[in-house]
Design a protein around this ligand. Sequence first.
Ligand code: ADP
Length: 420
Amino acid sequence: MSHPGFDGRDDLMGSKRVADRYLKREGLGEGTYGVVYKAIDTKTGQTVAIKKIRLGKHKDGVNFTALREIKLLKELKDPNIIELIDAFPHKGNLHLVFEFMESDLEAVIRDRNIVLSPADIKSYLQMTLKGLAYCHKKWVLHRDMKPNNLLIGADGQLKLADFGLARLFGSPDRKFTHQVFARWYRAPELLFGTKQYGSGVDVWAAACIFAELLLRRPFLQGSSDIDQLGKIFAAFGTPKPSQWPDMVYLPDYVEYQFVPAPPLRSLFPVASDDALDLLSKMFTYDPKARISVQQALEHRYFSSVPPPTKPALLPRPPKKGESLSTKPMDFNPQEGPVVLSPPNKLRRVMVNRDGLDGLVAEKVEGGVRQKGEDTSQSKNIPMSIDVAAAFGSKPPPRPTLNSADRSHLKRKLEWEFEPE
Ligand code: ADP
């Protein structure tokens, strides 16, 4: 396969790269854009993580503009963002070389042996927001913030990974199971199909991560985009047009039954007043009214007691490979509601609220099943906002691969790890 600029004469990347500079070690996992493996940089002796992005699929998308943008990403340097050490094309794949990180925030949150104090939570959130603030200052959005993209180094520093990749390589593929998790962090304007989003999408996702640190489980676990909005509205009340004037003009806008917001305190019984105030400002519906990352960092939550724990003193999850127990492995198919929409623009989705126990989207008018959405119906969808679960001992079930996904992935891995 030949791509302009991908044949080794890589002048946009700076000096010519020799792929065998890196000694390939074990695979670290399959991500949104391809396989990630561990390697040693023979030039520096440093352990690195190499993300191999298949270009076949993106042959029209990854062009000189993309390469120029990767060059920009290489220039982003901050203690709270992961460093892109190198980028080079090799055998039809684009390889992105990052500093190797021992763990990630998802492993911290899932590890039941770890107790997170209010000061620890403050520290993790502060590092997340500092990394985001740096990138927003440079006009780079993340757009795919989730706990497993927040990596943790040997010194306890949290660093944002995958910055800008969502925009460079397109929206992550929703066919793959790991994308189910990303939906849980998606801002309402994205779920309503906005084409013009801004840094507010990262603030919303950071708020979901803040909530997850407090609850020790994902906060809003929607099983489809429609269900995700239903979960959001059940938590914060259905937005009124006065609260978010642009909402009704969004491309995928669907009218939801009005439900009032329960007190935020009832969802986060262990949070301080300052934490709740910041959380509510980050979860503001109208992206124009949502607090910015910089303003969030200046919020009194960060200056009030307790001070954030120093990174080196934060509780550590086991290093990668030492334990697999923190990884979500159970398959618990959480069926989504039937999503039906009429052939015309007038759509309405009902949110049935039985306290905070159930949430079902139902057809009200029309009769066309919406493409790409879940098609099974359940009257007993467990509500994510389960206060009891905040204190429970069971980690939240996450869907894993179905057999079609699994065989696809297997083929993909076999192909990706072909001896070179
Ligand atoms: P996703 O696209 O789903 O966020 P990634 O492509 O970021 O996933 O990562 C896939 C796997 O590789 C994950 O298990 C992740 O923890 C691991 N990984 C990614 N980057 C690094 C890194 N810099 N150091 C160590 N492990 C990494």
